[in-house]
Design a protein around this ligand. Structure first.
Ligand SMILES: C[S@@+](CC[C@H](N)C(=O)[O-])C[C@H]1O[C@@H](n2cnc3c(N)ncnc32)[C@H](O)[C@@H]1O
Length: 274
């Protein structure tokens, strides 16, 4: 009787139907149908705490659980296909992981952490274009870590964005077929990833940082959308060269086998403006 009552209550509140986005769009991709049900269920509970300080902790813990249960390679650009026995077996390992267990572990950890940490600093988080963020910035130090390559960065984290927005987006189609990565329509296209816009984007950033009299630390690589020489030229058009310094370090980037090797040699760089 108790269960029946509870079920009736849930159905009358439409709880069973409103939260099915992950089951609908992502079953059998990075997560199994069952894992998607758990993601939807936890997302539903999160909304009950929408205006509480616990809300970001709840969502972060859910993102953590999604990452640890995902059969993908650490981002949401592509999920893996079970093409061989070995990839099938590997995918099964992730399919058996329980979303709730990972969520619960991280949630408790973050609650303990945030209760223990006495924060003497006030902080504000913005989710907007860098130009709008810099327009309201009062000055200090800017750390910028823009995307390096032509691949639009939003394809790596679209599923997390959809988890937060939970807005049942249209899924991108090509020739009337849903694209494999299940990207949301209208996802962000960064000027830092567009050849014809990247120089203007850097210049816009530099000018705005200069206007607030701030210091800048910018991380980039010699395999980016513009060369380090061009970046230096753009910076020198805004600041006196004596204020600018470029530090580089040799590093290896994983290629995921795309160029016949697993790694390629790159130079990681920090552009510093004092
Ligand atoms: C290399 S990632 C930064 C990663 C970050 N440092 C971290 O540790 O998570 C590049 C970031 O730039 C952001 N981005 C790209 N274009 C942007 C724009 N026009 N305004 C603001 N952020 C942008 C992307 O959303 C992405 O999160």
């Amino acid at each position: 009787n108790f269960l029946e009552e509870k079920q009736k209550k849930l159905i009358s509140k439409k709880f069973s139907y409103d939260y099915h986005l992950f089951a609908k769009n992502y079953s059998g991709t990075w997560w199994s149908y069952e894992q998607c049900l758990w993601i939807d269920a936890l997302r539903q509970v999160a909304d009950e705490y929408k205006n509480e300080p616990i809300y970001p902790i709840f969502l972060s813990s859910l993102m953590y659980a999604m990452a640890y249960c995902s059969q993908g390679t650490g981002h949401y650009a592509q999920y893996r296909d079970a093409k061989t026995n070995s990839s099938f077996n590997d995918i099964c390992i992730y399919r058996k992981k329980e979303v709730f267990n990972f969520f619960d572990k991280k949630f408790k950890e973050l609650c303990r952490f945030s209760l223990k940490t006495v924060n003497h600093f006030s902080s504000e988080f913005l989710s907007c274009d860098f130009k709008d963020a810099l327009d309201v910035f009062e000055g200090g130090t800017v750390y910028a870590d823009p995307p390096y390559c032509f691949v639009h960065y939003s394809r790596f984290y679209h599923a997390l964005e959809t988890l937060v927005l939970y807005d049942y987006p249209e899924i991108q189609k090509k020739n009337n077929v849903i694209v494999k990565g299940r990207y949301r329509e209208g996802r962000h296209q960064s000027p830092f990833c567009i050849k014809t816009k990247v120089e203007t984007a850097f210049l816009d950033m530099f000018k705005r940082v200069e206007t607030t009299n701030s210091q800048l630390a910018l991380s980039y690589s010699n395999t980016g959308m513009i060369s380090l020489e061009t970046m230096m030229e753009l910076a020198s058009s805004v600041w006196d060269s004596s204020k600018i310094e470029i530090l580089t370090i040799d590093h290896k980037h994983m290629t995921l086998g795309r160029q016949g090797t697993r790694y390629r040699d790159v130079k990681e760089c920090l552009l510093l403006v004092k």
